[in-house]
Unconditional design. Structure first.
Lengths: 532, 307
């Protein structure tokens, strides 16, 4: 049925208007909905998952996520790590080739990484590769790109030296910023290397055409080392920023995959499409930050009380129709190297008990009924779901503490600009989606040295110290323990109140095979196929 | 006539300049910038970006650079769609918006004038009432409702037409967005035509030609229509400018790769150059269509002459 578009296109040429003949070519085409138009196809400038889905089909990094979201070898076949944890030696696949047939070399990777760190490139995610020796200095213009700790030992051997042991480095290499570019192509074509007809890629697919806001077509790359196992001939990405519109195109059988639709559609879609509706917990946390610089939020008891009084089950079930999961930890579950996250101690209590305890804590702090008045302003970025959450929480705080709650919302840019520039607030909504599958990515947000993301200006020497130790620890188990201690402390102090672990919502048509839900939300088209 | 056109074109230059100046500074009053994302960038990255795009320069210098580049046809890079310049984005999208907008304009104009005329001739009949109710619905129901409803019926339930996309640009893909785009304008044309037609039919010169015993068809089409078209023609200018430069709502609902969405996206993303580009584009369309309509007016109404 999804071939109807093309049947009809052919039929139109014959002058017919509505025909349902069989397709001329039995080409395996995946119609892949994407949540919007990619802002760039340049690995140095990419920042959103709309681009990630496309770029990871076009290019292959040293490591990749497999169909189940696990890190496996990509363009690198094997690697060694020195005993001090500082030097990785990657052996590239002998048969790894670019789509123009030329070999993928260690120099291509070295060139790509230098390009990302070069301040002239102004790469948006340059910090992803900061663990590489001198990367931060190069990026800040304090060292030359040639000083970067990457070296092509020979055509197929790449040596990467790290600034300090980085236990999650292999995850970082699977980020879209770490995808390689062809040195020859970039040197020849400059910024135009991303354009169809010019782009040379080393992944399972190559770029054929791109009409902004209409579609982007990639087809199987015959030069890909594992081309024999790539079952799709073509993938068409449809950029649709209107969630309702993408659901309609799925229902009209024009698209096989739809990513992120409105949560209030879950029940209806489940009724109509059953197990084609996928709700998959992801590495993303929805939280509120308290401005710890100001009274009364500088008081840990107030923060704990406010956090406890929020009925997370209500938010998850009533507002998100079960598309999000109640969270009591900053780090979401599903990270292999971390295991079960360290939850706030009140998670063990029932909501009623939490409320009693919250009232007692608030009283102790001298606020709320019978104490100083509690005036709270919630800031959030304009979005119907965030508004519903804020309204519900305001209600909970009103009922529990007799607080007066007001709400302010700004568009995304303004909201985050305000927080980033150190603007004062009471309580502010924020969300964090993992850049790489490691607990550090979530916990580092609350470091006192993190001027950008530590919105509430939480300062704890003990927390900073535990994190510092975790960076120096090379033993994975000991490191995980340190991170758990840090999270336990963070959850006790509650400078941030995690509410929900977000879920990725996918519609996966019945003709798609090889789909596996995973917390990393990695779904390379290479592992998918379509049936008739 | 030629002198009139040249004079008008010359006066367009200061108009454009004022539009550019006001929008440039208004845009910068909005909090945040193109690189304040939901995920804030680290300071070092921000610094590199700001330097690369020269946003660290004083505002007056950025303005001077922008204007001097714009004069030479360089509207700068898009801050958000980094692989493209603003000129490229608009150049790629405009043909789609114009094609769709042109069809919608034809549909609105022909359909609206025909319906308005019929309603005027059958004034206060059931037909008149029906057409005017339809026109009221057309004006009041927004196209973000019309679009999805059309899709639901014709694409999902009946499976007759595609739910979205430009496809190969064939009529099948354009029918639904065209209707959604044309409907509100069609309603306006119908109401304008009906009103002015009723007035025209009661004018002295029409009574005279009727008295001469000319056939009703000639009276309406040749004589009354000419006068009745004047308000329709005045509305044609803003309507054509709006339809041909695309609609953010219709383009988003139907995934049309046009330029209409860039104005809204640009503003939300603080993509300064993209907003400026679309402002200039719309300003040019408004200026050109106002000029065309003034010329047309001169041809239709003997009282208006451009010497």
């Amino acid at each position: 049925m999804a071939y109807r578009r093309f049947n009809l296109r052919a039929a139109l040429l014959l002058g017919a208007v509505l025909v349902g003949s069989s397709p001329a070519l039995a080409e395996a085409v995946l119609h892949r909905g994407n949540a919007g138009e990619p802002q760039t196809l340049d690995q140095a400038h990419t920042s959103i998952n709309i681009e990630e889905f496309i770029l990871k089909d076009l290019y292959e990094g040293l490591t990749i996520y497999d169909a189940s979201g696990k890190i496996v070898p990509g363009a690198a076949e094997t690697w060694d790590l020195s005993d001090d944890g500082l030097t990785y030696t990657f052996k590239l696949r002998g048969d790894a080739k670019w789509s123009d047939g030329s070999p993928v070399t260690a120099e291509d990777f070295a060139f790509s990484f230098r390009r990302v760190e070069d301040p002239k490139t102004a790469a948006g995610y340059a910090n992803i590769l900061y663990p590489i020796k001198n990367a931060e200095k190069v990026n800040k213009g304090e060292a030359q790109p040639t000083d970067l700790g990457v070296k092509a030992v020979d055509e197929k051997t790449l040596e990467i030296t790290l600034e300090r042991p980085t236990p999650f480095f292999l995850e970082l290499l699977a980020h879209q910023t770490a995808l390689p570019v062809s040195k020859a192509s970039v040197e020849k074509n400059g910024a135009d290397f991303v354009k169809p007809g010019t782009m040379v890629s080393n992944g399972a697919f190559k770029l054929v055409s791109h009409v902004p806001n209409d579609n982007l077509v990639v087809e199987k790359n015959p030069n890909y080392w594992d081309a024999a196992n790539v079952k799709l001939d073509k993938v068409i990405f449809y950029p649709i920023d209107d969630q309702a519109a993408s659901v309609r195109r799925f229902e009209a059988k024009e698209m096989d995959l739809v990513y992120n639709f409105s949560a209030d559609q879950i029940d209806r879609l489940r009724g109509a499409y059953g197990d084609q509706v996928h709700v998959s917990p992801t590495l993303a946390t929805y939280y509120y930050a308290f401005d710890t610089r100001q009274e009364p939020y500088s008081d840990v008891r107030v923060r704990q009380a406010l956090s406890m009084a929020v009925d997370r089950d209500f938010l998850a079930k009533e507002i998100y129709s079960g598309s999000q999961i109640p969270a009591y930890s900053m780090v979401p579950p599903g990270i292999e190297t971390y295991g079960e996250p360290a939850k706030a101690d009140f998670s063990a209590l029932s909501q009623l008990d939490r409320e009693d305890k919250a009232i007692a804590l608030m009283k102790e702090a001298g606020y709320g009924e019978g104490g100083k008045p509690l005036d709270i302003e919630i800031r959030y970025n304009t979005n119907p779901n965030h508004e519903r959450v804020a309204t519900a929480i305001a209600d909970m705080w009103k009922n529990t503490f007799g607080a007066t709650v007001s709400m302010v919302n700004l568009d995304v840019s303004s909201h985050y600009a305000y927080l980033q520039e150190g603007g004062k607030f009471n309580v502010a909504r924020a969300g964090w989606v993992a850049d790489y599958a490691d607990a550090e990515n979530f916990l580092a947000l609350s470091l006192s040295s993190n001027k950008t993301f530590n919105y509430g200006h939480y300062e704890s020497a003990e927390f900073d110290d535990l994190m510092k130790k975790s960076y120096e620890e090379t033993d994975p188990a000991a490191r995980s323990k340190l991170l758990h201690e840090a999270e336990t402390l963070l959850m006790k102090d509650q400078p941030i109140a995690p509410f929900l672990t977000q879920a990725d919502l996918w519609l996966v048509s019945g003709r798609v095979q090889g789909w596996h839900d995973n917390a990393a939300n990695q779904h390379l088209s290479r592992f998918l196929s379509v049936s008739e | 006539m030629i002198a009139f056109v040249l004079r008008r074109l010359a006066s367009a230059v200061p108009t454009l300049f004022i539009v550019v100046t006001i929008s440039f500074f208004l845009m910068r009053f909005a909090p945040g910038g193109p690189f304040n994302l939901e995920r804030p960038l680290p300071p070092a990255t921000m610094e590199n970006l700001v330097r690369t795009y020269q946003l660290d320069q004083p505002l007056w210098r950025q303005y001077a650079t922008y204007v001097s580049n714009a004069v030479t046809g360089d509207f700068g890079p898009s801050y958000v769609y980094k692989d493209n310049s603003v000129a490229e984005l608009i150049g790629k999208g405009l043909p789609y918006s114009m094609e769709l907008g042109f069809y919608a304009l034809l549909l609105a104009l022909i359909g609206g004038v025909a319906m308005g005329t019929v309603a005027a001739l059958r004034q206060n009949s059931a037909l008149d009432f029906g057409i005017m109710s339809l026109a009221t619905v057309g004006t009041t129901v927004p196209n973000f409702v019309v679009g999805p409803v059309l899709t639901l019926i014709f694409a999902i339930i009946l499976s007759w037409l595609p739910a979205g996309g430009w496809g190969d640009g064939s009529l099948r893909f354009l029918i639904l967005p065209m209707i959604a785009l044309a409907l509100p304008q069609l309603a306006v044309f119908a109401r304008l035509t009906r009103g002015s037609m009723i007035e025209a039919l009661h004018a002295d010169h029409i009574r005279t030609v009727k008295a001469y015993g000319l056939p009703a068809r000639v009276v309406v089409v040749t004589h009354a229509m000419r006068g009745a078209m004047l308000p329709v023609v005045s509305y044609l200018a803003p309507c054509a400018a709006a339809l041909l430069t695309g609609s953010a709502v219709v383009e988003t609902i139907f995934t049309i790769p046009g330029v209409g969405r860039y104005f809204v996206l640009g503003a939300i993303n603080r993509d300064y150059t993209l907003v400026m580009g679309t402002v200039i584009l719309i300003a040019i369309f408004v200026i050109v269509f106002n000029l065309l309509v003034d010329i047309l007016y001169g041809l239709l109404d003997p009282r208006v002459r451009h010497d």
